[in-house]
Design a protein around this ligand. Structure first.
Ligand code: ATP
Ligand code: MG
Length: 573
């Protein structure tokens, strides 16, 4: 496709890409596309941020443009370098590269101060002594106009003097603000003389104690965009009401043209989780989860630790698309993207999560042979591996039932199952503990039933996985469930706090799992499909050489949707 063709408005494009294409055609920004991703370094990135990253970096890449990484660090109270580093690491892991286009809003503090002085000199900003409560009261409501601050008509000289003394640290926190002088009767409340600077005597993670005043988001963001020559400033819908202020600021501060323009899209909301940073911080601070990278968190580092790949995240973001309407995206859609990605990538392995010992009586003590298993039926190049078979096996506790219901096709007393990649096995005897629970099974195999044998084609109804007891390695396995029990914990109709809906069963730890020996070489983030039980990966943080920990990324099937469909199915079905 030529540059010209690719810039033509295209009905398959989302509305933002459409706008960018039109701007390129009209040469609005001299043929340039410069976007930015502006995280505030006060928390870790989550899946919603990934959507914004994909959009901003995607648009830049598709149009031979660039995307800046700009840390929006104008509020020193909760920002720090730890978050800066975590954000960069997560973005790199996702596969995004900003080259040397990394910026900090705090780099512009001096310039921004200068712009504020320009506004004061033009009679468009004033120092206000109202308290926070007075400020809110005099602002009015959407239906009732605000009233002007008594400090609104200070002279330019007095404003310049007070603003410079605010900077010097002469006044207490919140004693004064710098406000734009716009219109207290505007129907848009954000235009009613909004605050531009606040006094905050807090050290900043980059500028230290140099500043006692910090610019507000509304002042700093648009001007940072302009300083960097951003062409399309893409943010989420809640900022649509701030757009007139964004434009006012750029109109009234002497800056080169063409100016950046702001566009808003619907933020990602995902069911059964929360994506508000404030709520995620609460989960971490209150130790409701292990930390930012808890595998149950919707954070990039949590998803990563859980075994979800950058590809799955990016496919999901592309699937969700870019719209102007807020909604709740089904977790099941994300899970579908995760499964299809892992189905292609994950090597298959056998692992028994709840072991039941089996002795094969028609094999000699110490019997050993190597059998061949397929690494990934979806990928021919993944090849085969050999797995040890012996006269002592582990099978899943749940694959045996003494008195099974009708459609139970796995092992029962006197019954037969196929051992995956191996023989047909028959249960001869059940040995019990004193309390009546099952201790182990005695079985026999049909020695001709393995691949190539005389009875290899003999059909039995069930196939189960197994590991050789003498060769198995031990591991702890963690099964995760959704972190919340309701679809939209932050906006539940009951009005309860989101923390009331934490799923008490979101973590199950299985301490005594038996894995095929090849898994000793597993590296963190390498995805595995444990046959029949799901996708797993080694936990990078908690595994040691002598204690392996695997996390279940996701089960093989979507039991939630299936269960819900059953509950919602019309009677008689
Ligand atoms: P806060 O609630 O602290 O403002 P935030 O989630 O908006 O947090 P930022 O660090 O300000 O976090 O976000 C950086 C960028 O990511 C912003 O441009 C924001 O619009 C975008 N973003 C944040 N959350 C989502 C989301 N759920 N879906 C899409 N984009 C998002
Ligand atoms: Mg924000």
């Amino acid at each position: 496709m030529t540059q010209e063709q690719s810039n033509k408005p295209d009905s398959r494009k989302d509305f933002i890409r459409e706008i960018v294409a039109q701007d390129l055609e009209a040469n609005t920004h001299g043929g340039k596309v410069v976007t930015r991703f502006p995280p505030e370094p006060n928390g870790y990135l989550h899946i919603g941020h990934a959507k914004s990253i994909c959009l901003n970096f995607g648009i830049a890449a598709e149009n031979q443009g660039v995307c800046h990484l700009r840390f929006d660090d104008t509020n020193p109270a909760r920002e720090n370098d730890k978050f800066v580093n975590a954000i960069e690491a997560d973005m790199r892991w996702l596969g995004f590269d900003w080259g040397d286009l990394k910026f900090f809003a705090s780099n512009y503090f001096e310039k921004l101060y200068g712009f504020a002085v320009d506004l004061i000199q033009a009679g468009k900003a004033f120092v206000c002594d109202q308290t926070a409560a007075e400020f809110v009261n005099s602002r009015g409501t959407p239906t009732r106009p605000g009233t002007e601050s008594p400090w609104r008509h200070r002279s330019v000289e007095e404003n310049l003097d007070l603003f410079s003394r605010m900077r010097q640290g002469e006044f207490e926190d919140s004693a004064k603000t710098l406000r734009a002088k716009i219109d207290m009767t505007s129907p848009n409340i954000h235009l009613r003389d909004p605050a531009l600077y606040r006094i905050r005597k807090i050290a900043h993670h980059r500028t230290g104690d140099a500043w006692s005043i910090y610019p507000t988001y509304d002042f700093a963001h648009c001007l940072s965009d302009a300083i960097e020559g951003i062409t399309h400033s893409i943010c989420t819908l809640e900022f649509a009401v701030h757009r007139p202020l964004y434009d006012w600021m750029l109109e009234n501060v002497p800056l080169p043209r063409p100016r950046p323009r702001q566009y808003e899209f619907a933020r990602l909301n995902l069911s059964y989780t929360v994506l508000s940073k404030r709520k995620l911080i609460h989960l971490v601070d209150e130790k409701i989860v292990w930390g930012w990278d808890d595998p149950r968190m919707p954070t990039i580092s949590g998803l990563r630790r859980r075994g979800i790949t950058p590809d799955a995240i990016k496919t999901f973001c592309a699937t969700v698309g870019v719209t102007k309407y807020d909604g709740l995206t089904e977790a099941a859609l994300f899970e579908h993207c995760i499964r299809s990605d892992l189905n292609q990538k994950a090597l298959r392995a056998m692992a028994v999560l709840k072991p039941l010992k089996v002795t094969i009586d028609n094999l000699p003590e110490g019997y050993f042979e190597e059998l061949e298993a397929i690494n990934n039926p979806e990928n021919e190049t993944a090849g085969n591996r050999s797995i040890p078979f012996s006269n002592e096996l582990y099978i899943e506790e749940t694959d045996f039932m003494e008195t099974p219901p009708k459609k139970f096709f796995r092992l029962r007393p006197g019954g037969e199952v196929r051992l995956r990649y191996a023989y047909i096995m028959k249960c001869q005897e059940v040995v019990k503990n004193a309390d009546g629970s099952i201790h182990h099974l005695h079985c026999t195999i049909d020695p001709d039933s393995k691949r190539g044998g005389a009875t290899a084609g003999r059909r039995v109804k069930g196939t189960i996985h197994w590991v050789s007891a003498t060769h198995a390695i031990n591991a702890e396995v963690r099964l995760f469930d959704r972190l919340f029990t309701v679809e939209d914990p932050a906006n539940d109709a009951s009005g309860k706090e989101f923390t009331e809906f934490i799923n008490p069963q979101s973590l199950t730890t299985l301490a005594n799992c038996k894995l095929e020996p090849s898994l000793a070489a597993a590296s963190p983030e390498a995805p595995y499909q444990f046959e029949r039980t799901g996708y797993f990966c080694l936990d990078a943080r908690d595994s040691t050489e002598s204690h392996l920990v695997f996390n279940r990324t996701i089960a093989l099937r979507d039991s939630w949707t299936a269960a819900r469909q059953r509950t919602h199915a019309p009677a008689g079905k």
